[in-house]
Design a protein around this ligand. Sequence first.
Ligand code: COI
Length: 365
Amino acid sequence: MNITITKTTAPKAKPADESQLGFGKIFTDHMFIMEYSDGTWHSPKIQPFGNLALSPAAMVLHYSQTIFEGMKAYRSPQSNGGEDDILLFRPKDNFKRLNVSAERSVIPPVDEEFALKALCELIKTDKDWVPRSAGASLYLRPYIIAVDPFLGVRPADKYYFIIIMSPVGAYYPMGLNPVKIAIEEQYVRSVKGGMGFAKAGGNYAASLIGQKTAQAAGYEQVMWLDGVERKYIEEVGSMNVFFAIDKGEDNGTEIITPALNGSILPGITRMSVIELCREWGMNVTERKIAADEVFDLHARGALKEVFGTGTAVVVSPVGALKLGDRAIEINGGQIGAISQKLYDTLTGIQYGNLPDNMGWTYRVI
Ligand code: COI
């Protein structure tokens, strides 16, 4: 399929101060859009970024038949024929996951190779929007929405696959400083058999109330427990979560993360952190971990670090945890050595500043 490219005649001014970017507030000059109808994806276009013409009856607006991905493009200081390089991080895994989310949501799959090609074309079209300062990147948001104007409940017949892009800095205003997290006891995000493993819009809608309650209690994010026993930790608002446990002098550190169980999002940063820690010879265990166990480990002085992982945050240390009326501070509320090393290594690879022995980077330019 050929992508039709229509360039904007009114390019916007790029952000003057990249230290003020924040997250997801500014959008580049162009977007990608492709339609699905009559059983096929067709008419791929790169066109000026602008509002969609959607029927107020479009099915996505009523029944949330929508899925998305989160990725980033990084400007690497390595010179490539006069242009800075632009790199992606494990993009094929994102499109693979998009199709897993699509299957669960009864959305037709996209051709993963074509989706990556379209993404690269869009990035090349807006390459001057990829930020230049350390820590800033171009956040990429591929998503699919159901657009039939219809109020009955069934899978749609028409969809848009869209990619928009936003220059971003840190996801949390506090940057790499530790976040404070409250464990939610009343609501659940998902259960096995639900959509928790898919990157579906509805999962994020379901999470908002927990975030609101956490924030009302003076915490920045919510941590979700399993929906059946309400005991085991699943994930945090927009991140997967890891615990670094001191196993005593002879046994070093064990890294524990909740095992994927159908209700946890299989994060690409999560997978990369597991692979990196194993590469470094660390003992990584994917298993159920109860909130009570975390508090017990803390009481015994064995809870060294807690950190979240995600594309948007990369690695985000957790400085405090609350469960009911119990609250603990982790690592003195400071970023720990493991979180820092993971952050430095992942961003080092992503920006092309460290050798990529894992084969994770993908060159756009
Ligand atoms: C990401 O890390 O890319 C995410 O999808 C989180 C997002 C909801 C901000």
